[in-house]
Design a protein around this ligand. Structure first.
Ligand SMILES: *Cc1c(COP(=O)(O)O)cnc(C)c1O
Length: 229
């Protein structure tokens, strides 16, 4: 059983906080997209938000998204599903068929595999390069100093459509430093979009120029299942 009213209240609150943060920063609220992160939540929790007209969602696992989204897509048009979790090269075929945007391009081997898949199916997805702004050994992402050359290589060598940069700051650090770094890198690389900010820090991310904030628990509640990745 899900509490539709509680989810909708939380959704409206997050939207209002994004709009306010954008206006406070002198930005147009229409320039900030909310990626509603639905990992671990079932269709019945997602339905109220879809019925409200929301269309942009994020999932971190290919298998989970494949199980959940085809049925929802059959009922709601224009869904934009973002992959925000790690992608194995042996899953690029499924990922390209399931998602509309991949936010976690983080290595040459994956770039090559995606380029080959897009060539094969004759359709190319917009991509974000994930940057490991905190240079954490356990975390995915290109190191900051390699970001410019990686973006250039993706565009020139593999003809990939690099739209943005994405980061997940270290949990124990001030996120604004990481958001500022990601914003600087995007400007230098000539990349228009910035995916940064989660439930705990999306307003800060908006202040630092986020075009996409990825918010899950602030809308859908605490996740009871630990997502595997
Ligand atoms: C789960 C997840 C989010 C959303 O996190 P919340 O704290 O629930 O808002 C954002 N980005 C990524 C990459 C995630 O895996």
């Amino acid at each position: 059983m899900t509490d539709d009213a509680a989810i909708l209240r939380a959704y409206d609150d997050v939207r209002a906080r994004i709009d306010r943060a954008a206006r406070d920063a002198g930005r147009d609220p229409g320039d900030v997209s909310l990626v509603a992160v639905t990992k671990t939540f079932e269709a019945d929790a997602i339905e109220p938000v879809l019925a409200r007209g929301h269309r942009m969602f994020g999932e971190n696992r290919v298998q989970e998204a494949m199980a959940k989204w085809p049925a929802l897509r059959a009922r709601y048009a224009d869904i934009a599903l973002h992959l925000i979790g790690p992608l194995q090269t042996n899953k690029v075929h499924e990922a390209a068929a399931t998602f509309d945007v991949i936010e976690t391009l983080d290595r040459p081997k994956l770039a090559r595999a995606l380029a080959a898949e897009f060539e094969r199916v004759g359709r190319s997805l917009p991509l974000f390069v994930q940057v490991n702004t905190g240079e954490e050994p356990q975390k995915a992402g290109v190191p900051p100093r390699e970001t410019l050359s990686f973006v250039r290589q993706c565009r020139e060598e593999w003809r990939l459509d690099i739209r943005g940069l994405m980061c997940i700051p270290p949990i124990d650090e001030e996120p604004s430093l990481h958001f500022a770094l990601l914003s600087d890198l995007a400007k230098e690389a000539g990349v228009p979009s910035l995916s940064m900010g989660m439930s705990g820090d999306f307003e800060v991310a908006v202040r630092f120029g986020a075009s996409h904030v990825r918010v899950g628990s602030a809308i859908f509640g605490t996740r009871t299942i630990t997502p595997q990745s």
